[in-house]
Design a protein around this ligand. Structure first.
Ligand SMILES: *Cc1c(COP(=O)(O)O)cnc(C)c1O
Length: 222
């Protein structure tokens, strides 16, 4: 394995391509989001310089501390919010992020819709589904996803690109990826944000359009 993040980024891309081809998918259908949470601008810059453009952060405030500067250096990058969002952070989230993967309740959907109208920005949006029905985990229950999608689309005028999930740590991720893929299909959504460092190849095989890979690129988070 390469010693630097840029090298590991390339290896990750190759593994995604191999997994996609193995099931007859076009690797270009899969967006690799390099998850840079806990890493600073100096760790991120080599990956930007290697030509990578999609990055993920899980906290609005942390992202505000490093990305405005990096966006000036590289205006065409795409920043994804992959962590839970509080409605009082909707303004900052809409201003900074180009994609938000974690809509999971009406209050957040309403707050985002309001800010998007105000700011004239249209980040790509995903609904997070709590596929493991874990009490502590963010995400809408699958049974309530239709209703949340209808609210977003019909009442708030939000375009939803797809669904996102984080499988329970103790369970076989493939079951959750298959479930999310099926649910997205039933809802007529193309996007499937699923797969992390330990399981992104499985996710690609099961239809992921966005994989969120942190430690396999940037190294352990300490
Ligand atoms: C941190 C994080 C990731 C990346 O995790 P790794 O195991 O480091 O690849 C993916 N998705 C979400 C929602 C995260 O918070």
């Amino acid at each position: 394995m390469s010693e630097d993040a840029a090298g590991r980024l390339i290896e990750t891309g190759q593994r995604i391509a191999a997994a996609a081809k193995g099931v007859g998918r076009d690797p270009d259908e899969v967006t690799l989001i390099a998850v840079s949470k806990t890493f600073g601008a100096d760790d991120i810059r080599p990956v930007l310089e290697a030509g990578h453009r999609h990055f993920g952060e899980n906290r609005v405030q942390e992202a505000q501390g490093k990305w405005p500067e990096l966006k000036v250096e590289c205006p065409e990058l795409t920043l994804h919010l992959i962590g839970p969002l509080q409605s009082n952070k909707a303004r900052e989230a809409v201003a900074l992020f180009d994609a938000i993967h974690t809509i999971d309740r009406p209050k957040i959907a309403r707050a985002l819709a309001k800010e998007m109208d105000k700011q004239g920005r249209r980040p790509q949006l995903f609904i997070q589904v709590n596929t493991g029905e874990e009490a502590q985990k963010a995400g809408v229950l699958a049974a309530d996803a239709v209703e949340l999608l209808a609210l977003c689309r019909d009442q708030l005028g939000l375009q939803i690109a797809g669904l996102m999930c984080i499988p329970p740590v103790e369970e076989e991720p493939a079951i959750h990826f298959a479930f999310l893929d099926k649910l997205a299909g039933e809802l007529g959504l193309d996007g499937r944000s699923m797969g992390m460092s330990g399981d992104f190849e499985t996710a690609v095989e099961m239809g992921a359009t966005h994989v969120r890979v942190g430690s396999a690129i940037f190294g352990a988070r300490g």
